[in-house]
Design a protein around this ligand. Sequence first.
Ligand code: NAD
Ligand code: ZN
Length: 259
Amino acid sequence: MLDLKDRIKIQKISTYLLDSSNAIALTGAGISTNSGIPHFRGKGGIWDIYKPEIYGNIEAYQKNPEKFWKMAEKIAPKLFSAKPNPGHYALAELEKMNIIKGIITQNIDQLHHKAGSIIVYEVHGNINHFICLNCKKTYSKKEISKIKKKNLLIPPRCKICQSPLKPSVILFGETLPSFEYFKSKELVAKADILLVAGSSLSVNPIATFPLHTLKNGGKLIIINDEPTYLDDKADIVIINKTEIILPLILEQIKKERFK
Ligand SMILES: NC(=O)c1ccc[n+]([C@@H]2O[C@H](COP(=O)([O-])OP(=O)(O)OC[C@H]3O[C@@H](n4cnc5c(N)ncnc54)[C@H](O)[C@@H]3O)[C@@H](O)[C@H]2O)c1
Ligand SMILES: [Zn+2]
């Protein structure tokens, strides 16, 4: 439910965004829960079923890639068939209106692309690419399907060096892809507004990104259904669902722009 306070905040956010020249969005797993992809932490989170110490870090992966692949194969169909929700579509439309200048996402689900967003930095990788950790050869999803059809081994093996392949999603203990990391760090530092949507802001180094915006005098707006460690420092916080709030911001902006 939306109370009067949230309605006033939505109006304020819309005015800020209309006045901005370099607004950037930073999204996390929360923006995709309405698309049927569970977030990691808390009740109903993926970590409830698949313990991060077993499935979510690179050391565990290297010790037992087969276990990781079996889990990945179970959750992959859900990820590949998921559809964007009104939160993703609202951000895509705000980009088309030249209001949001880019999205930095921790999500691997590609839903921003599916919603039509163009400038998206996937700082934790995505589910459409695979890599050989040994020789660094990369593979597309199509190539992996071919390899798996030819040879039923799980995990599928690298054509060059026969090492097990890994989806190019970032696990705990791995460094982030450097282009995406440095580019996004630059973007948040230059942003006059950083709009955080659906992130617990608890996974480093991305959790510290809003601090770069604040340090340079930019505004911080947080929309998440639970508090984050930066709520006190933010200019506006709405504790609510992104699939409700983002479309309302879009609607308000359209009203103001075309009045
Ligand atoms: N969809 C995905 O691609 C996906 C899913 C799960 C985890 N991850 C990975 O999880 C890591 C954790 O970081 P994170 O901060 O993105 O996720 P997180 O799970 O730490 O936090 C998600 C936050 O969103 C909130 N939330 C859930 N549904 C919401 C909704 N409808 N509206 C508003 N808020 C909502 C949760 O309460 C939580 O605070 C990232 O590394 C990311 O790569 C990605
Ligand atoms: Zn290899």
